[in-house]
Design a protein around this ligand. Sequence first.
Ligand code: SUD
Ligand code: ADP
Length: 313
Amino acid sequence: MHSYTLLAPAKINLYLEIVGDRPDGFHELVMVMQTVALCDRITLRPNGLQEFRLFCHHPLVPQDSSNLAHRAATLMAREFPRIFANYGGIDISIDKYIPVAAGLAGGSTNAAAVLVGIDLIWELGLTRPELETLAARLGSDTSFCVTGGTVICTGRGEILDPIAPLTGLWVILAKYDHLSVSTPWAYQSYRQKFQDTYLSSPEEFHHRRQQVSSGALVQAIAQKKPAAIGKFIHNDLEKVVLPEFTLVAELRQVLGDLGGLGTMMSGSGPTVFTLCSSQEVAETIVKEAREILVAPDLQFWIAPITDTGIQVT
Ligand SMILES: C[C@@](CO)(OP(=O)(O)O)[C@H](O)COP(=O)(O)OP(=O)(O)OC[C@H]1O[C@@H](n2ccc(N)nc2=O)[C@H](O)[C@@H]1O
Ligand SMILES: Nc1ncnc2c1ncn2[C@@H]1O[C@H](COP(=O)(O)OP(=O)(O)O)[C@@H](O)[C@H]1O
């Protein structure tokens, strides 16, 4: 049996609109998700035991069965008990490069990589849609992470409509090390503040989804117009996160003022991203931002936008 090393990339949300409440307690969303080439490295080694073991040295990442990567492995064992009994367990090692609890889907992409990797190790031959359906049981963002690219994500986030890939752009990611935002908190706060604007029927959800599919951002992506893409990015969760996390609001303002195509918070934050036309532009903006915002724990990453999801190396 082979060992595999996989690269699991982060995502940003180019668009995140909260459309309404769902009967399952989650929110109905319309999002445009985009893969970014900032990757965690996941190594999977068959261990000959009847258990999964997880190794990760990041202080904020759980090392036990609550880790999303471990949960993905357990899900596979439950789905394929006889194959698990034959092939045995796997040691999962995670080298973390994606910042944690940052709105970049770090845990979800690790889980997606484990599904893809176990499919290979156990020679299951699962199709992409089958892997995406399994992934949806682990989290709202996990199905997207299986495939990656540029995708309209609706429902809880698990209904995927891939669109023309967005390539040739670069992104700056900026995050204060000491800040993290709880995703449930962000959604609950949004509900408390904006519930009176929510749509509620499946017909209204469908209509809104159609509007976004044919709307300004998706058109700009299809026509490969970087300036328009930067203009039409949007995130409803900024309305609750920015007033509460003033450092994030300031960071967003400073990066936005320094140029780039557009600046926005990703997901539930607190990472702020700036889309740039080139690596050089991104480097210049980061240099200038570091001169304005003198904070030892403010970190920047520069990475290309990519249409490559989980990669087996
Ligand atoms: C906000 C987003 C945007 O892409 O990403 P992150 O900022 O976490 O990366 C996602 O919606 C997060 O997706 P994910 O991180 O997979 O969340 P889940 O584990 O499924 O849900 C965490 C919690 O978020 C809330 N939640 C999530 C998705 C959704 N459509 N409606 C919700 O209300 C629920 O309170 C849920 O308990
Ligand atoms: N493999 C994992 N990598 C990162 N975080 C994980 C993982 N498994 C569980 N977590 C937990 O999930 C929570 C959300 O982290 P993460 O997935 O990085 O952020 P986000 O949901 O904002 O994209 C954190 O509290 C973290 O401890």
